[in-house]
Design a protein around this ligand. Sequence first.
Ligand SMILES: [Zn+2]
Length: 291
Amino acid sequence: MPNYPQEIAKIKVNKTGAVVSLHKPLLLLLTIADVINGHANNFAFKDIESQLKELLGKYGLKNTKTLTPAYPFVYLASSPTLWKCSIERSALKSQKSFSRAEVKKANAQFDAGFFQFLQNTEQARGVVWQILNAYWPEAYHEDILRDLGIDGVMQQFVLNERLKLPRGRLFVEEVLDSYERQCAICSQSIRLGDALIGIDACHVKPIQHFGDDHITNGIALCKIHHWALDRGAISISENRALLISPKLNGNRINEFFHEFANKDIFAPRNNSNQLNEKNTEYHRKFIFAGG
Ligand SMILES: [Zn+2]
C-alpha cells in the first residue's frame, strides 16, 4: 500500500520557486470532506464545479484571474495513487484545451486503495489536517473547515495536532525583540502582569508558500492585525506603508484599520532587519485582497 501522506506531500511541488498552486489541495479537501460525510467514491464534475469554484475564489491565490475548477479535476490524476479521472491528461496536453461539454460529463474517483484508507476516520482527518497545514496559515483553517462542512468532526483533532507543531522559538524571539514587543501597526503591547498576551511574530510570506524563518520575513503584530495580514485584508507597500483592502468592512473598521492606512509601519530596532521587499511584494501580489 502506498504511503498516502507522502503521496499527498508530493503534490506540493514548486517548479518556479515562487508560487504554490492551491487548486489541487482545494479539490482534495473538498472531495475528502465529502467522503468523511459519507459520499461514495464517484465524483461528477458537474456536481462539484460550483463549490470548487467558490473555494478557489475564497481561498486560492489572489492573482488567480480565472477560476477554472476543471484543471485540478483533470490534472490531479498526475498523482495516480490518489485520483483517477475519465478525461485523459495526455489528451489535454495534445489539444492544449478541451471542450466544455466534454468536461461537463467528466467523472473522477479516488484510487481504490486511497478510498479504503480514507474510510478510517482518523486517517481521513489526518490527511485533511496535513493539507490545511501545508498550504494555509492558521487564520484560514476554521473558515475552510466550516465551508467544507467538517468543522465539527475536525475541531478536536486540529486542537490536538496544533499542540504537536514545533514552534520556531528563535524566529519568535528575534521578531518580538526587534519590534520591542509591540504591534508594528497599532503599537498595542498589552500584558497580563509581565506576560505579553496579544502579540505574535508573523511571517509576511507564509511558510506554507516557502517563506523563510529569517527576521526580514517577520513582523510583530497584535492578533487582529496578524490575522488581517494572513488573510490579505491588509498588506505593506514598497515604502513600508500600510495598505488596506477595499473589500474590508464592518463595525469599528476606522479605529482598527483606516486610522493607520498609508502610514508607515514601525521599523525594527536595527535597520538591517527591515522587511525584505521580495517578501512584501509576494504578499501584495498573491495574498492581498487589493482592487
Ligand atoms: Zn495591531
